[in-house]
Design a protein. Structure first.
Length: 83
């Protein structure tokens, strides 16, 4: 959440997205995250939400799919908050 909030404030935007995790190709021996595991955080001016995800596939597949998940997560949250 801190990454997304910091990006939102620094950019002056209404919303922001932060994504972190382990997309591979190998496990990081210093990380608690398994391969394909990550987190998406989205923020607005008065709220922030984070969600954990786990994806399978190549590094590129995981990067593309996590980006798509993040954009869809933000889209759905905006629609839910502004019916």
């Amino acid at each position: 959440r801190e990454l997304a909030e910091s990006l939102r404030v620094k950019s002056g935007s209404t919303y922001s997205i932060g994504i972190t995790g382990n997309a591979g190709p190998e496990l990081d021996p210093y990380s608690k995250e398994s391969l394909g595991e990550g987190y998406i955080a989205i923020t607005g001016k008065s709220w922030s939400i984070a969600k954990k995800f786990h994806l399978h596939g190549s590094r590129l597949d995981i990067q593309i799919r996590s980006s798509a998940l993040a954009l869809d997560f933000l889209r759905r949250e905006i629609l839910n908050r502004n019916p």
